[in-house]
Ligand binder design. Structure first.
Ligand code: PAZ
Ligand code: MN
Length: 900
């Protein structure tokens, strides 16, 4: 039976904590501005990933210089910045922005990279620079807003930071790629207003190139939509072609795609989005497409359509599989009634029209798929607009007529195919070379979408964004109102019932703006090379279905006020910080509300994504490190007791020590400011009291207890052949890293293994970052020769050890202790996208130790690796303990997975 520690930790600390100094209560007032300044200087603002192509980076000058110039030979300026698709109803605009800031390579990084063999002659591995792709929409009617936007951001001149702008290039020289009819129609206006020429690209070429790029590069791009249920489909790159691409704009184009640049427009229909909007406008007096679509949500088409039951006296025509509620003839009922147009409800007219046109498109598409033997049909174009009911209707048609053989799929960036294709048509854009793992999609607030009820203006600086956020919150009650799903079926067509995803409220455009994020292009990200099978790897352990999401929604919402307090305090508690804090809180709440409404709105979203979204949202409002003072206080307290702990450990025999070390890691993982239960504990005792208590409760067997297997591996199987290199994925600051992971690292070093501490690139909760570790190690090294020598050998003590280097002159060569960043700014880790530094470090590793709930329970609990892996964590959430292990809060997990 596994031990159950729950309750007792709380009880004992409740007593033990009485009368002791409450350190947790003091943290707000002890915010250290010096520490903030350091953290701010070290971190790129509002971005969680390195943004430059550092491959081939080299020091220009000597290593000993304080701030040597660093050359980035692979950094390219050949970047196109703007492409347009100017359609009849909407202008779709894509622009690329890159970061002017240079990431500083500190000595730790340089030395580690050298050691990992990462400076290898400046080979150019990626042709493009990191940056971001932004997707923006304007109504064609409001072309002026689009021109103002381009002009305010200087997008036509390559952005305000672009070399062409700085060097004063004449706007006359500028060619902007554009597709769609408006590229012809408005060419003169663009020339007149912006002084740029539109270089026209063929619409079909663009659609296909855009679709191919999306299907190749974006992980959760394509999805099915049936009965109100959205499901993302992972497309196998080797099995993508051929497919049918149906672009439903004003008219419909049906294209058979056989490969990159290989396609044929095989059919089309003039009955498309323009037909729906045109007829709808004439018949209902609606002022916009969205208004018409919104009306359909409340419609009942049985008042207008002739149903099978109307013909057969209420009976089914079962012989050919048609139910009484099947639409026999769209608008057919109106011929037998002596009514005028005004006698019909506009809602019913809109719905009848929508169903007529969607079914027709679905059916024609199916027939073309049949004609060419294709199973997959991707639908794109402005008509779809992520509208659940439209997608369901099309899916029903394809599914019904093909008897389930063909599949209708939709694309999250459906409206941007043409614009993306136009962007792709620039030479040297470099996107061709990007792979899925180079792209990270982020969902910032206030993306400048225009249209619908709330207008997102072109956002310039943070202040503008906050103001917009404030307005967004004031006006945005619709945004956080869930879209009701699942109205019971009443009518149908072609033998299938009415699609269920029809509700009272159509998602407003502003809300839809949260569906398509900003694509961060990060050429320095890599797939972790030790994943056993990257294709089947899924980081999240638990699926976030609606039920699960509800639970986390509450947890994260409850945590929000406290987080805002900490974040504001970490920035000095100024009025500006408070305003940013409010904006952050509203922004994150809006995300949560959007996801509550539709958990799959941003692609397949797991808990790891949700936790990362929170961190990203903090960064978006320029909170650099909300937990900085807590982290520092806990580091100091833990470093003060480290010497005693090391002495105690050294007095043990090897076996007892190994057990004490693993117990120590598990016990110290209790210092987790993301867990509500733990934070309550911190008010009941000092750090050291809580640590001692946690250790005292470490009875075995743990909930998962593979310690004996690990011990055998370490002390018997590998007695004479220690692990060559261990990667230790560290988690929290303070006791967790200082009293838990560092002593374990020291033991591995003692065994003769190289140790690489892998830490976050950017802060997340109280996690320690790679930037913070060298200082902690330098402090710890003052009390420990093993750590000192190894840190010196790993190049970690270049500055810190300047005064005591002489001690080490005659010391024997030690195996190195290194620090690498993981490429993440989240409490979890997705091994499909890690830093190139970590990927390089992994090449010689034969042991992985993942620590903490985020990295080894929420994610990676089921991940399999090519080398031995040890997963260590304390479960600090009751629901998770029950769900994963049928256990209890504070249970411990020691899962060892050796490769044979
Ligand atoms: C965010 C965390 C994964 C961090 O845990 P860690 O990786 O530090 O062990 C964890 O605190 C968590 O899952 N919190 C959930 C919220 C709660 O239980 O209150
Ligand atoms: Mn953590």
């Amino acid at each position: 039976m596994a031990a159950n520690n729950s309750g007792s930790i709380q009880e004992e600390l409740g007593e033990g904590g009485t009368g002791v100094k409450r350190e947790a209560e003091e943290e707000e007032s002890t915010s250290s501005s010096a520490a903030q300044a350091t953290a701010t200087a070290m971190l790129p603002r509002s971005s969680s990933r390195p943004q430059l192509d550092l491959s081939g980076a080299a020091i220009h000058g000597t290593l000993e210089e304080r701030d040597p110039t660093i050359l980035l030979p692979n950094q390219s300026d050949d970047i196109s910045h703007l492409a347009l698709d100017i359609g009849g109803s909407l202008i779709k605009l894509i622009y690329f922005s890159r970061h002017a800031e240079l990431s500083t390579e500190d000595k730790r990084k340089i030395s580690t990279k050298r050691r990992l063999g990462m400076f290898n002659g400046g080979r150019r591995s990626y042709p493009i620079l990191g940056g971001r792709l932004h997707f923006v929409k304007f109504e064609t009617e409001k072309l002026n807003e689009c021109l103002d936007f381009i002009s305010s951001k200087q997008l036509h001149r390559g952005g305000v930071d672009s070399p062409s702008w700085r060097s004063g290039a004449q706007p006359d020289d500028i060619l902007i790629k554009a597709t769609g009819g408006g590229a012809y129609k408005y060419a003169d206006l663009f020339k007149e207003r912006l002084g740029v020429s539109l270089e026209k690209e063929d619409e079909m070429d663009c659609l296909v190139a855009g679709a191919n790029f999306l299907l190749k590069a974006i992980r959760h791009e394509a999805f099915t939509h049936m009965d109100g249920h959205k499901e993302y489909v992972q497309i196998d790159q080797n099995d993508l072609f051929p497919f049918l691409l149906v672009n439903v704009g004003s008219g419909v184009s049906i294209i058979k795609v056989d490969g990159h640049g290989k396609f044929q427009r095989v059919s089309g229909t003039n009955v498309g989005g323009g037909t729906y909007w045109g007829l709808g406008r004439l018949m209902t007096k609606c002022k916009s497409f969205d208004e018409l679509l919104e009306l359909s949500q409340r419609g009942d088409n049985s008042t207008i359509d002739m149903l099978v039951g109307d013909i057969y006296g209420g009976l089914d025509y079962s012989k050919i599989g048609l139910s009484a509620s099947t639409i026999a003839s769209s608008f057919g009922k109106t011929i037998s009634e002596n009514k005028e147009l005004s006698d019909y409800r506009p809602e019913d007219i809109s719905l009848s029209l929508l169903r007529m046109i969607s079914y027709n498109i679905g059916q024609i598409s199916y027939l073309n798929a049949l004609r060419y033997g294709l199973k997959r049909i991707f639908f794109g174009g402005f008509f779809i607009r992520g509208h659940a009911y439209t997608m369901d209707t099309i899916s029903f048609a394809v599914n019904f007529w093909s008897k389930g053989e063909a599949q209708a799929m939709f694309l999250r960036h459906e409206g941007f195919l043409g614009a993306l294709g136009a962007f792709m048509s620039y030479e040297k854009h470099g996107l061709d070379d990007l792979r899925i793992h180079h792209l990270v999609e982020r969902f910032p607030m206030g993306a400048p979408y225009v249209g619908g009820k709330i207008h997102g203006p072109p956002l310039g600086d943070l202040n503008e964004k906050i103001s917009w956020m404030e307005k967004f919150v004031q006006k945005g009650t619709q945004i956080i109102a869930p879209v009701p799903m699942g109205v019971p079926a009443t009518t149908g067509m072609g033998g299938f019932e009415r699609p269920t995803s029809k509700g009272d409220i159509l998602r407003s455009d502003a809300s839809a703006a949260l569906n398509v994020g900003v694509l961060h292009l990060v050429p320095t990200l890599d797939v972790f090379p030790l994943l056993e099978d990257p294709k089947t790897y899924e980081p999240n352990t638990i699926d976030l279905d609606q039920d699960e999401f509800k639970y986390w929604f509450k947890i994260l919402s409850d945590h929000l006020p406290d987080l805002v307090d900490k974040a504001v305090a970490s920035e000095g508690g100024t009025d500006d910080a408070k305003r940013r804090g409010d904006a952050f809180s509203h922004a994150f709440s809006a995300h949560l509300a959007r996801l509550m409404e539709e958990p799959a709105a941003y692609g397949k979203f797991g808990l790891a994504n949700l936790l990362e979204l929170r961190e990203e949202c903090l960064r978006e409002f320029q909170f650099v490190d909300a937990y900085i003072s807590i982290k520092q206080r806990e580091n100091e307290a833990s470093l003060a007791v480290l010497p005693d702990l090391l002495m105690e450990l050294d007095s043990m025999n090897e076996e007892a020590r190994l057990l004490a070390l693993i117990e120590g890691v598990l016990a110290a993982n209790i210092f987790d400011w993301g867990s509500r239960a733990c934070v309550e504990l911190y008010h009941k005792g000092t750090i050291i009291e809580i640590y001692r208590m946690s250790r005292k409760k470490m009875q075995r067997p743990w909930r998962i207890d593979d310690f004996d297997m690990f011990k055998k591996r370490m002390l018997t199987d590998r007695k004479d052949q220690p692990y060559k290199r261990a990667l230790l994925f560290v988690d929290n600051s303070g006791a967790d890293v200082v009293l838990g992971m560092l002593p374990l690292a020291r033991e591995l070093l003692r065994h003769g293994s190289e140790v690489v501490l892998v830490a976050n690139s950017l802060p997340a909760l109280n996690d320690v970052t790679a930037n913070e570790l060298p200082e902690i190690i330098a402090e710890a090294s003052k009390h420990c020769g093993i750590l000192r020598k190894a840190a010196e050998a790993g190049g970690l003590l270049v500055d810190a050890m300047a005064g005591i280097q002489d001690d080490l002159k005659d010391a024997p060569e030690s195996v190195p202790l290194m620090v690498v960043e993981n490429g993440c700014g989240s409490p979890c880790i997705d091994f499909r996208q890690v830093s190139s530094e970590l990927a390089a470090a992994a090449k010689d590793a034969d042991l992985l130790i993942l620590e903490g709930m985020g990295r080894s329970l929420h994610t990676n609990l089921n991940a399999r690796f090519k080398c031995d892996a040890l997963k260590l964590a304390m479960v600090k959430n009751q629901r998770l303990a029950e769900k994963l292990f049928n256990g209890n809060i504070y249970d411990c997990i020691c899962k060892f997975e050796p490769v044979s």
